[in-house]
Design a binder for this molecule. Structure first.
Ligand SMILES: Cc1ncc(C[n+]2csc(CCOP(=O)(O)OP(=O)(O)O)c2C)c(N)n1
Length: 290
């Protein structure tokens, strides 16, 4: 699959998410859109998976530790053929398999239930250790949020992974510089600034013994190179530090934490879908020509 095609799939994830959240009247958007291009690259290029055999023991494992972005994962799983795309319209409905946060007991293709932030890297450590015990070469990938790294359990898992030299474990840090809330001014309030959830993540993860690779999380080619380098690192776990933009792709959502989670009006849906179509136009033309 070409970079242009993958880039377009990232926007297809965004389209599905916009429609599903609009239909449900609730849902997370900003952090899904910062992750969308990486989710497309992972599921259509990097992960060794077979949607027909979701429980295959040798499959790569993927954990969306920032589970509030589950609708993005559902979208890419549906696009990849794990379940019908139409089911995305059941998002967040009672009895749906697509709850606000991923439930691995309900939906094929989910390797872990998540939603309580901070908890996804620990099972990733367990899976990577499991691969070692089983003499299996599957890789474990865990996506975490920068706000999420304020949780202590992340650092317990990071410490353990480095201690066991889990080179088959890769964490992807969606470094979008925003979490759920912010302060109205960049100076913060009463001396407390909360604009950026974490400072110097590269230094911190290196200090914990990880290999750190920085990349642009919206440049699929750059992200794929980072994944490749992670796979070729054989002595330590890797953190892919992906520079991203919360709300990426929609002008009025980018870098605005109020789009972390909220309903979408009919007008905003139409405007957002229009922006995505215009953004895809040059790529579509290139793909059709090639
Ligand atoms: C333990 C826990 N505390 C609080 C929340 C509520 N919550 C959901 S998303 C979020 C902010 C997450 O920020 P970040 O990790 O940066 O995610 P992103 O910006 O990528 O969406 C919070 C506080 C939660 N899900 N779990």
């Amino acid at each position: 699959m070409t970079v242009d095609e993958l880039q377009r799939l990232g926007n297809d994830i965004r389209r599905h998410v916009l429609r599903a959240v609009h239909h449900a009247g609730a849902g997370h958007i900003g952090g899904v859109f910062s992750a969308a291009d990486m989710l497309a690259a992972l599921y259509f290029s990097e992960l060794r998976i077979d949607p027909q055999r979701p429980h295959l023991e040798s499959r790569d494992r993927f954990i969306l530790s920032k589970g509030h972005c589950g609708i993005g994962l559902y979208a890419v799983l549906a696009m990849r053929g794990y379940f019908p795309v139409d089911e995305l319209f059941t998002f967040d409905a009672i009895d749906s398999r697509l709850q606000g946060h991923p439930d691995m007991t309900k939906l094929p293709g989910l390797d872990m239930s998540t939603g309580s932030l901070g908890q996804g890297l620990s099972p990733g450590v367990g899976m990577a250790l499991g691969a070692r015990f089983l003499h299996s070469d599957f890789q474990t990938w865990v996506m975490i949020g920068d706000g999420e790294t304020q949780e202590g359990q992340i650092w317990e898992a990071a410490f353990t992974a480095a201690r066991y030299q889990l080179a088959n474990l890769t964490a992807i840090l969606d470094w979008n510089h925003l979490q759920q809330f912010g302060w109205p001014t960049s100076q913060g309030y009463a001396g407390v600034a909360r604009r950026d959830p974490t400072e110097s993540p590269a230094q911190k993860w290196r200090a914990f013994g990880w290999n750190v690779i920085e990349c642009d999380g919206h440049d699929v080619a750059d992200f794929r190179r980072a994944c490749d380098r992670a796979r070729r690192t054989l002595d330590r776990p890797t953190l892919i530090l992906a520079r991203t933009i919360k709300g990426k792709g929609i002008s009025f959502m980018e870098n605005d934490y109020t789009w972390h989670s909220r309903p979408i009006s009919d007008e905003d849906l139409a405007a957002a879908l229009g922006e995505l179509d215009r953004a895809d136009e040059p790529q579509r033309t290139r793909v059709e020509r090639s």
